[in-house]
Design a protein around this ligand. Structure first.
Ligand code: ADP
Ligand code: MG
Length: 390
């Protein structure tokens, strides 16, 4: 058993994971502000690690969240993909230990071999390094499909979503600033630099060659940033992992602001997922009650930002301006059967706002909830079946 503990390197953190228990909602998951990580950072965010109370090299343990005893559901907290990973697993201790280690291994592998723009070992790194090359870059089947989905979303979202925003997101580097300072040393990039970076982006200039040996061709200077969809894709992979095993009855796994619910609880009660209040990130504006498998992603301007002289520079960038999106939306949550859609749509809908965002979500069969800057909650009809304001 010990070896599982070591392999998982996890720590149970009750108060952090289930701070909602204090408001008496059993098994509620909240989406705390500042939790969303940047996949593009390529490594665990020290601020988040600190927030989760994880110490370097600390050996993990796990226990029941309700009584600290060794009974299900098992709780794990760790970091990967630059964010805090929380797992609640209903199964035997041994199964849960093995599964949680598998989850961490999968996430670490996805980051290092596929999605990170920082790690030389990743496919995205190789693609970016080949920008401007005449022969482009060979792609795995999965990456070709993912990029096609990104291009489709970009088109449907009228350019509000753009995975080629790498030059702009690196110029702002909001994730770094949000993590390491209180903002006093932050200086927004100069307009010329922003214009130059924007000129290098644009999904419509990305060329994919499909077939048995897919290839991508990117103009010089263009760089992929899959930060807006990486955690969502990971949710779908985790779901496949869960579906392959027979010993786990139910699980909730959150990767920062993207959450997977799967299966059921032994007592048959529903999953409860809290939607964070953008005006007070320690509380929820309401709860989603969900049965079985769902992916829920939240994007907001309160997640990662730096504030200078009353101006909030956040991490959701408008591809048109190359600047943090100016929006009357404070937070968007998307509910979908599929992680790519929930994650990608939450970013796109933040920029598009309720009217266009709702129409876009409908194209993906997803439900969406907007929290506006005046506190109004606007949601799709389908979302009303699951959401209850607190
Ligand atoms: P998080 O990654 O914190 O969960 P999001 O899913 O909303 O939050 O994604 C934000 C990240 O996506 C940014 O950190 C950046 O890497 C990237 N990004 C920002 N704006 C856009 C955009 N308009 N289209 C695509 N990706 C974006
Ligand atoms: Mg997203």
């Amino acid at each position: 058993m010990k070896r599982y503990f070591k392999a998982a390197r996890v720590l149970v953190l009750w108060l952090t994971v289930f701070s909602c228990c204090s408001c008496g909602v059993e098994g509620t998951w909240k989406l705390p502000g500042g939790e969303n990580g940047s996949l593009s950072e390529g490594s665990s965010n020290p601020a988040e690690t600190k927030e989760a109370g994880l110490a370097e090299g600390q050996e993990g343990s796990w226990e029941n969240r309700e009584n600290g005893e060794k009974t299900a559901p098992w709780q794990y907290v760790d970091t990967a993909m630059g964010t805090v990973i929380r797992q609640t697993i209903y199964g035997t201790e041994e199964t849960a230990a093995a599964f949680s280690a598998e989850v961490m291994a999968l996430l670490t592998e996805m980051e290092s071999s596929e999605l990170s723009w920082r790690l030389e070992s990743s496919e995205v790194y190789r693609i970016n390094a080949a920008a401007g090359k005449k022969d482009g870059c060979a792609l795995s089947e999965e990456m070709a499909q993912l990029l096609q989905s990104c291009m489709d979303l970009s088109e449907k979202a009228e350019g509000a979503f753009d995975v080629t925003l790498g030059p702009v997101s690196r110029l702002w580097n909001i994730d770094k600033w949000a993590a390491v300072t209180d903002g006093e040393d932050f200086k927004p990039p100069l307009p010329d630099a922003i214009r130059e970076a924007v000129s290098l982006c644009g999904s419509s200039r990305l060329r994919l060659e499909k077939g048995v040996s897919p290839r991508i061709f990117m103009p010089e200077g263009m760089q992929l940033d899959l930060g807006a969809v990486g955690k969502g894709i990971a949710l779908s992979r985790l779901c496949e992992l869960l579906e392959k095993q027979t010993e786990i009855a139910g699980a909730v796994i959150s990767l920062g602001g993207s959450i997977l619910t799967w299966g059921s609880k032994p007592d048959g009660s529903v999953w409860k997922v809290g939607i964070v209040n953008p005006f007070d990130t320690a509380s929820n504006i309401g709860i989603l009650s969900l049965e079985g498998k769902w992916c829920i992603s939240t994007s907001g301007d309160y997640e990662r930002y730096v504030e200078v002289n009353g101006v909030r520079y956040h991490h959701i960038l408008d591809p048109l301006t190359g600047c943090p999106a100016v929006s009357s939306v404070r937070g968007v949550s998307v509910l979908s059967q599929d992680g790519f859609s929930s994650d990608g749509l939450s970013t796109a809908c933040f920029i598009l706002g309720p009217e266009k965002g709702m129409a876009l979500a409908a194209e993906y069969g997803a439900e969406v909830l907007f929290v506006m800057d005046d506190g109004e909650i606007i949601m799709s009809d389908g979302m009303k079946r699951y959401f209850k304001a607190t």
